[in-house]
Design a protein around this ligand. Structure first.
Ligand code: C5P
Length: 490
C-alpha cells in the first residue's frame, strides 16, 4: 500500500481526516489507509463523508480512474488503472514459460496498460501470434525486415513508443545476446536500440541458470541497468527437474512493472540501504544444518517497500523459498559468517536494517563427510561456538550507517529485551515482535506467516503498531525511515 505524508495534504482534507480518525480512535494515517482501501475496493460510497475526499486521496495515490470494483478470478479486487496509459513492449522469448506471457498480457491490460508484443521465432513454437494478438488487441511483431508488412513500424519506433520493455520469458539466449550486444533478430535489435528501462523475467532450466556464462551475463546486464524479476525455485516442465529457473508469476512481474513505472515521489532516492533477511544455515555436515523458522517474508517485504520509495537497496538473504524482491540487488548467503562478510562488503550505506534471524551458534568444525549413525555409539556431540553478531558489529563500526535498525523476535519480556538490545547492539531503534504462541497471530504465527504485530522501541519510547500484513509493516517502516532521514544528517 502507498505511503502517505499527512503533512502534505491540504488543510480541508486534513481536517476531515482528523475528525474521522478521532471518531474511529485511530491515527490519521491509519484512517487514510482504511479509506484508500475502501475506495480501491469500491466500498467508498458506504461511508458518507469519505466521498468528499475520496477524489483527492485517489489523486494522492496516483489512481486516475473511478474506483469501480473489478473482481479477478481469484475473487480479489483488481487494482484497476494502476498502469493506466502506460505502454509496455513485451518481448516473448522461446521457452515453455511463454504460455504465462498470455496471462501477463491480460493482467497488464486489466490495469490499463497497452501491450505491444514482439515474439522471437522460438517463442512462436510455444504460443501462436494469433492468441497473443487476440489478447493484446494489436499486431504481433516478429520480423526484423518486413517492409511488406503494413504494420511494420521498425525497431526504433517499437522501442521509442513504449514506456518500458519487458522480456518474459527471458531465455538464456536473449540474455546472452543483450549482454554481448548482438542484434540479429527483431527482439535483440529492439533491446539494443532502446533508451527505455528494461525488465527481464528469466526462465530456463536450473543448470542453464546456474551456468557461469549465464551468471556472467546476468551480472553484466545488471551493471548495464537492466532490472530482473525472478526466477523462482520449483518444478520444471522437464520431468525430474527442479531448482531455480521458474519464471516469476505474472502478478509478480506486474508488481515489478508497477514499481518501475511508479512516478510517485521517491523520498529515498539516492539513499543506500543494506537489509538482511531470512535465516542462516549453519552446517553440521554436508547434508545437515542448524536453522530456524524465519521465512524471509518480513525482510524481503521491507527491502521491496524501500525500493518502492526509490532507495538503492542491497539485500543479503539467507536461504529462503521466496523470490528476490523486484528492483533489489540481492546477495544470497548460507551462513552467519557469509552474511557478515556480505554486509561489510556493502558498506558504506545510509541505513542498515537487520531483519535476518541469524543463528546464534555454529558448530566449531562441520564434518567434511556425512556423519554416519554407528550402532552402539550414540549421537555425535556437537561442539558449538557463538556466531558474530552482525548488527552489533555494524552498530559499532567505524563506517556505521547513519541509521541502524535491528529486529527482536522474542517469546517473553519483549520490551525489556528489545531495550537491552538497543543499547548493546548500538541500534537507533529495534522493531520488536512477539513470536510466542500467545501473540495471537494466525495459525502459522509470526515466523513463516503473513501477518505481524510490532513495537518500535527507541530511546524516546515504545510505539505500538496494530497487527497488520507484513507488507504493510514494511510500508510503514519505510515511511517512518524516510521521515527520520529528513531530520537526521547521514
Ligand atoms: O538474535 P537476536 O534476537 O539477538 O537478534 C536481534 C537483532 O540482531 C536482529 O536484528 C538480528 O538480525 C541481529 N543479529 C545479527 N547477528 C547475529 C544475531 C542477531 O545481526 N548474530
Amino acid at each position: 500500500m502507498a505511503s502517505i505524508t499527512i503533512r502534505n495534504l491540504d488543510s480541508e482534507v486534513k481536517d476531515l481526516l482528523r475528525q474521522l480518525a478521532a471518531e474511529n480512535g485511530c491515527s490519521m494515517e491509519e484512517q487514510a489507509r482504511a479509506m484508500i482501501r475502501a475506495a480501491v475496493e469500491g466500498r467508498a460510497g458506504q461511508a458518507g463523508r469519505i466521498d468528499q475526499i475520496e477524489e483527492k486521496l485517489r489523486a494522492l495515490t496516483g489512481s486516475k480512474e473511478q474506483a469501480t470494483p473489478v473482481v479477478a478470478a481469484s475473487g480479489k479486487p483488481v487494482p484497476r488503472g494502476s498502469l493506466s496509459g502506460k505502454r509496455i513492449l513485451l518481448i516473448i522469448g522461446g521457452g515453455i514459460a511463454a504460455y504465462k506471457a498470455l496471462d501477463l498480457i491480460r493482467r497488464l491490460r486489466e490495469r490499463g496498460a497497452s501491450v505491444r508484443v514482439v515474439m522471437t521465432s522460438a517463442a512462436q513454437e510455444f504460443v501462436t501470434t494469433l492468441s497473443v494478438g487476440a489478447l493484446s488487441a494489436d499486431h504481433v511483431f516478429t520480423e526484423l525486415f518486413d517492409r511488406e508488412d503494413e504494420h511494420d513500424v521498425g525497431h526504433i519506433r517499437l522501442s521509442r513508443e513504449a514506456d518500458l520493455l519487458v522480456v518474459a520469458p527471458a531465455t538464456a539466449d536473449l540474455m546472452a545476446k543483450l549482454a554481448n550486444g548482438h542484434a540479429n533478430d527483431l527482439a535483440s535489435t529492439v533491446l539494443l536500440a532502446t533508451d527505455k528501462k528494461v525488465l527481464m523475467a528469466p526462465a530456463m532450466n536450473p543448470k542453464m541458470w546456474a551456468h557461469p556464462a549465464t551468471r556472467r551475463n546476468r551480472a553484466s546486464l545488471q551493471k548495464d541497468g537492466i532490472a530482473f524479476v525472478g526466477p523462482g525455485k520449483g518444478e520444471m516442465a522437464e520431468s525430474n527437474e527442479a531448482g531455480e529457473g521458474r519464471m516469476a508469476e505474472p502478478l509478480e512481474i506486474v508488481a515489478a512493472i508497477e514499481a518501475m513505472l511508479d512516478e510517485k515521489p521517491k523520498p529515498l532516492a539516492g539513499r543506500r540501504f543494506i537489509v538482511t533477511s531470512g535465516p542462516t544455515h549453519e552446517p553440521i555436515d554436508p547434508v545437515r544444518y542448524i536453522a530456524n523458522r524465519s521465512s524471509g517474508k518480513q525482510g524481503h517485504a521491507i527491502a521491496a517497500a524501500l525500493a518502492k520509495l526509490g532507495a538503492d537497496v542491497r539485500l543479503v538473504s539467507g536461504p529462503v523459498n521466496i523470490p528476490d524482491p523486484a528492483g533489489v540487488a540481492t546477495t544470497h548467503v548460507e551462513t552467519a559468517a557469509q552474511m557478515k562478510e556480505a554486509v561489510e562488503s556493502l558498506l558504506p550505506a545510509d541505513v542498515a536494517i537487520f531483519v535476518a534471524a541469524v543463528a546464534d551458534w555454529r558448530t566449531t568444525n562441520a564434518a567434511g563427510e556425512k556423519i554416519k549413525k554407528v550402532a552402539g555409539e550414540g549421537p555425535p556431540s556437537l561442539q558449538m561456538v557463538e556466531n558474530p553478531d552482525i548488527l552489533a558489529g555494524i552498530g559499532h563500526h567505524a563506517q556505521r550507517p547513519g541509521l541502524v535498525v535491528g529486529f527482536a523476535a522474542e517469546t517473553q519480556d519483549l520490551i525489556r529485551n528489545a531495550e537491552a538490545k538497543l543499547k548493546k547492539k548500538g541500534a537507533d531503534f529495534i522493531v520488536a515482535n512477539d513470536v510466542s504462541h500467545e501473540s495471537g497471530i494466525g495459525p502459522s504465527g509470526v515466523m513463516g506467516g503473513d501477518r505481524n504485530k510490532v513495537r518500535i522501541v527507541s530511546r524516546s519510547g515504545v510505539e505500538e503498531w496494530p497487527e497488520m500484513g507484513k507488507d504493510e509493516v514494511a510500508a510503514r517502516l519505510a515511511a517512518l525511515i524516510a521521515e527520520r532521514l529528513q531530520t537526521i544528517v547521514v
